[in-house]
Design a protein around this ligand. Sequence first.
Ligand code: DCM
Ligand code: DCM
Ligand code: DCM
Ligand code: ZN
Ligand code: ZN
Length: 271
Amino acid sequence: WGSLGHVTVATIATHLVSNTTEAYFQGLLNNHGPAYLSSIATWADGYKYSKGGHFTGVFHFIDAKDDPPNYCGVDYDRDCKASGCVVSAIQNYTSRVMDMELPIWERIMAAKFVVHFVGDIHQPLHTENVARGGNGIHVKFNGRKWNLHHVWDSTIAEELNGGYHHNPYPAAAKWAAELAEEIESGKYEDMKDEWLKGLDFSSPKDTAMVWATQSNTYVCSHVMPEGPHEIIGQDLAGEYYEAAAPVVEKLIASAGYRLAKWLDLITDSIQ
Ligand code: DCM
Ligand code: DCM
Ligand code: DCM
Ligand code: ZN
Ligand code: ZN
């Protein structure tokens, strides 16, 4: 996701975590205000371009070598690189946040990675190999040229929230408050049990594979429903957007809800 997506996922989680979790992560991240998660949600995207951080670039995605739209699916042994992927990264950094033998700054970095990668694993094109997760597919949106990956990372979410703004925080705060309410007592209330299926804190890898496999199914159904070739050069602002926008919204909501539960489980296991 772009900044709007990541900040929204983190802010939804701040609405939904337990009081113990809030206090724990505010202390760890040394930020006792309401932005303790939202302010670190995009840190990992800058870190991968930094001098010591290149090795983390592959942690943002898993390249499923499937064949959309004929067949979608993620296979850990086939698709996770030896240098890592978003599934191994969620496993690694979940265990590192809880590792009291590590220096505190390593645990802080691990917390920032967990908040970011639970977001990214819910972006369908972060679970797809075709054209480097859609980066190589040129499309348009309202006449402007983008690549398909960017449309799913940012353009759709921005279109839903009044367009692009350099500062994502005001729009994210409003969107997250709306989605948290839909989760607690609105259109997503009945989906919460479904969203917790497969969540197994004793196996972060299996849990992350469930999340990756679910978001990957949307590559076949909504991202490239007629295959990668049919979408090249299309303007996606019409019917395509109308079908995709509810999917993006649901994926962001489920990522925020699952992140809150995951942080609660981390906190419970440390206390
Ligand atoms: N490294 C790693 N594990 C990651 C990411 C990067 O081990 N998830 C890199 C940085 C370490 C090196 O590999 O310097 C060796 O780490 P280790 O000794 O933990 O295997
Ligand atoms: N590292 C990581 N995950 C691991 C091991 C290491 O992300 N399982 C990162 C954190 C450290 C860097 O690699 O900043 C160097 O690690 P090491 O000191 O183990 O070589
Ligand atoms: N990306 C991805 N899958 C890939 C390669 C990249 O999901 N196989 C993501 C990471 C960034 C975006 O695409 O969010 C742009 O990547 P890059 O900066 O490497 O072009
Ligand atoms: Zn992306
Ligand atoms: Zn990312």
